[in-house]
Ligand binder design. Structure first.
Ligand SMILES: [Zn+2]
Length: 312
């Protein structure tokens, strides 16, 4: 019996008392109309338009068939999550990228808030994206999404998924990460990792191009904050002021860091007088905050706060 079901393309969950068959690319799941309606108004509306007494209706095992246009894996993961709580992620555990993809896509399309939110939590950055951006450097030593497993090293898959389902702040930060940590040619041509090819969507390539341009502006403006001693430098504004050579070595240190949104480092204080330390630190932090706030605005996406509008 089990073998026959497998041959017919029946997958788990296949429940003997189910009253509806969900069919995706000739794979079938037998589930309960009421359970899907409980989680999703989209399913409720979809089932409402199919009439049980309609002779034209496609049947399987005595149940009406509802066809979905999704990936089999996404539907299977969604149904297993709703039915047998297969995918529970406690703190400290990782969510596989396949589950993330199913939760985001199915959660968005069928408005199953629990799945979408659970996946979104796995990608969250905490309080401020700036903290995340500040740590990203060309050294590639930041794991951008520590609660995910199976993602590619430059997070192309996450970036594509995030933009597909409208998680724009995650898209921007993933794009920023690509621009800093990933070779430019891989952004344009894609790259191979463990025998699998990864490519950004055309929209995300464009976004990376704009982010790249913005990063050049960030570097230019933050560099400028450290180009000259403060107006009240205790050594005066002469080019022979010891603060000038202190600033020069700070600029060299910034160049080596290759970390566009880097915070003021305590070692930068060493070659500066008391006034330069106070004034330039403040100036640098002000410019950094302003440039961070303006990043999504410059990309024509609006302010950070409005990027991830509530899913409707
Ligand atoms: Zn000074």
């Amino acid at each position: 019996m089990q073998d026959m079901k497998t041959e017919m393309g029946c997958l788990d969950p296949w429940l003997e008392d189910g009253n509806i068959v969900i069919t995706v690319q000739e794979k079938h799941f037998r589930v309960h109309r009421s359970v899907l309606c409980f989680y999703s108004d989209v399913f409720r509306d979809m089932f409402a338009v199919s009439h049980p007494c309609d002779n034209e209706e496609e049947m399987m095992d005595g149940c009406p068939v509802v066809r979905l246009q999704d990936a089999v894996a996404d539907v299977e993961i969604m149904l297993k999550a709703l039915y047998d709580r297969s995918y529970i992620f406690l703190p400290g555990t990782h969510m596989p990228i396949s589950v993330l993809s199913a939760f985001l896509r199915m959660g968005k399309k069928y408005v199953i808030r629990q799945l979408f939110k659970e996946a979104e939590r796995m990608l969250s950055f905490g309080t401020s994206p700036l903290v995340q951006l500040s740590a990203i450097s060309a050294a590639g030593n930041v794991i951008l999404f520590p609660r995910l497993s199976g993602a590619d090293p430059f997070n192309f898959m996450v970036m594509n998924l995030a933009s597909e389902v409208g998680l724009l702040s995650i898209t921007v930060i993933a794009g920023f990460y690509c621009c800093v940590a990933c070779p430019a040619l891989s952004i344009v041509d894609g790259y191979e990792y463990n025998g699998v090819r990864y490519d950004l969507s055309a929209g995300n390539k464009r976004l990376c191009f704009l982010v790249q341009r913005y990063i050049a502006e960030v570097e230019r403006q933050l560099f400028q904050c450290l180009a000259f001693p403060a107006h009240n430098c205790v050594y005066g504004s002469s080019s022979r002021s010891p603060c000038c050579s202190g600033l020069l070595s700070n600029l060299r240190s910034i160049q080596c860091l290759k970390c566009p949104f880097t915070q003021w480092m305590n070692t930068w204080d060493d070659g500066l007088c008391v006034s330069c330390r106070a004034v330039l630190r403040k100036k640098h932090e002000g410019a950094r905050m302003r440039l961070w706030k303006n990043l999504p605005v410059d990309l024509d996406l609006g302010r950070w706060e409005s990027l991830d509008a509530e899913m409707t």
